[in-house]
Design a protein around this ligand. Structure first.
Ligand SMILES: NC(=O)N[C@@H](CC(=O)O)C(=O)O
Ligand SMILES: [Zn+2]
Ligand SMILES: [Zn+2]
Length: 427
């Protein structure tokens, strides 16, 4: 039994006490609790635990950069109660053995619900469909499939994947990048890349695939999810597709909301990511699109990399940035502070909507009696300074190093059990 005292649900109205029993919200109001753990939550906002549709945990294969255990700790500390682990591991998660390993290991660690994403094609090669049905029916109960890291570029393979996904009632998540337009690409194709002498990654390489896939999904009557939307033009395509009734959902990363290609001047590869940081006007358009629902949710694309893969010349460095422990703070900075979202809106884009997209029945639920106690307590007034060495991830490639960011996560609870408290993961 745990009593959360004096928290404000969704930052709206008066503080309440919340009694947690048997993993559920047992009472809200002024419960008479005797014994158990009491959490002093005066001044804190309580939200439903966050759900990340896009995380890279690097296990199996690159346990030197992140493991399911360290990534789960980062997730709990970031306020997450469920994460979806991408399939671009080594070996690739394109079969029931790998997805069941990820699922079981996540359960063993117990800090966050780890849902493996299955590969769409064998070995992420884009040539032959993986056994989606076998992964969906496995103990891992795979619900999302993606070749993330790579685009399912062949339109016929993508069409078949969408058709199968409809039959299996699963979701295809596309990394939208027309590979013929991004050969050797290093940075957003525009004035900054031209000045720095970096080969360009044009916005149209993303937008053309998103448009194509929306048309394909509409044609076969399947759902489609678009990973890491990075351009204003993609938001326009999504707006158009949604208006004509296409079942498409989309995510934006915290880094595409906050950062832009102005940061590339130093050639520090910590800023190298795929899709690349775009222009500040793209970032502003993404904020608007997230606020008005054209983009459904925030997903971290947490992508740990080893020092030897990051601290080298720009063209040799791997793309990707850490994101789990900084996501909420970046969303506060870019969305809450400018008045684009209130706390209710944050619950929507970080918890409710991603849970709905993934079909998770027990996450993103209302804070109400009888609901699973998957909760996060946030100090909205406090700030913190990012220090890579103190993050739970094994890797240190955060672009926010040294930045002071708003919003401190005081506690995270998964089915009534504390998974993070005062900056420490609790196992
Ligand atoms: N985002 C990245 O820059 N990198 C991701 C792959 C991906 O999300 O496309 C990774 O696996 O490192
Ligand atoms: Zn990707
Ligand atoms: Zn990714």
């Amino acid at each position: 039994m745990t009593l959360i005292k004096g928290a404000v649900p969704y930052g709206e109205g008066d503080p309440v006490d919340i009694l947690i029993e048997d993993g559920l919200v047992a009472e809200i109001g002024t419960p008479e609790a005797d014994g158990g753990d009491v959490i002093d939550a005066r001044g804190l906002v309580v939200l439903p635990g966050f759900v990340d549709l896009h995380t890279h945990l690097r296990e199996p294969g690159r346990e030197d950069t992140e493991t399911i255990e360290t990534g789960s700790a980062a997730a709990a500390l970031g306020g997450y109660t469920a994460v979806f682990a991408m399939a671009n591991t080594d070996p690739v998660a394109d079969n029931p053995v790998i997805v069941e390993h990820v699922w079981r290991r996540g359960r063993e660690v117990g800090l966050v619900d780890v849902h493996p994403i299955g590969a769409v094609t064998v070995g992420l090669k884009g040539e032959r469909l993986a056994e989606l049905g076998a992964m969906a029916r496995s103990d891992a109960n795979v619900r999302i499939f993606s070749d993330d890291g790579l685009c399912v570029a062949d339109p016929l393979i993508m069409r078949r994947a969408l058709e199968y996904s409809k039959g299996l009632d699963v979701l295809i998540a596309q990394h939208a990048e027309e590979p013929r337009l991004t050969v050797g690409a290093q940075a957003h194709e525009g004035a900054t890349a031209a000045r720095l002498g970096l080969a360009g990654w044009p916005a149209a390489a993303e937008e053309s695939i998103v448009a194509r896939d929306c048309l394909l999904a509409g044609h076969v009557g399947a759902r489609l999810h678009v990973c890491h939307v990075s351009t204003a033009g993609t938001a326009d395509v999504l707006r158009w597709a949604k208006q004509r009734g296409t079942q498409v959902s989309a995510e934006v990363t915290p880094h595409h909301l906050l950062l832009d290609d102005d940061r590339l001047n130093t050639y520090d590869p910590v800023n190298k990511v795929n899709p690349p940081l775009r222009t500040s006007s793209d970032a502003m358009a993404l904020r608007e699109a997230l606020a008005d629902g054209v983009i459904d949710c925030v997903a971290t694309d947490h992508a740990p990399h080893a020092p030897q893969d990051k601290d080298c010349e720009w063209s040799a460095a791997r793309p990707g940035m850490l994101g789990l422990q900084t996501a909420l703070s970046v969303v506060i900075q870019t969305m809450v502070r400018p008045g684009l979202l209130d706390w209710r809106g944050v619950a929507g884009v970080m918890s409710e909507r991603p849970a709905e997209i993934a079909g998770l029945p027990d996450h993103g639920r209302p804070i109400a009696v009888g609901e699973p106690a998957n909760l996060v307590l946030v100090d909205p007034k406090a700030t913190w300074t990012v220090n890579a060495a103190r993050l739970a991830s094994l890797a240190g490639n955060t672009p926010y190093e040294g930045m002071e960011l708003p919003g401190v996560i005081k506690a995270t609870m998964l089915r009534g059990k504390l998974t993070a408290r005062d900056g420490q993961a609790v196992r």
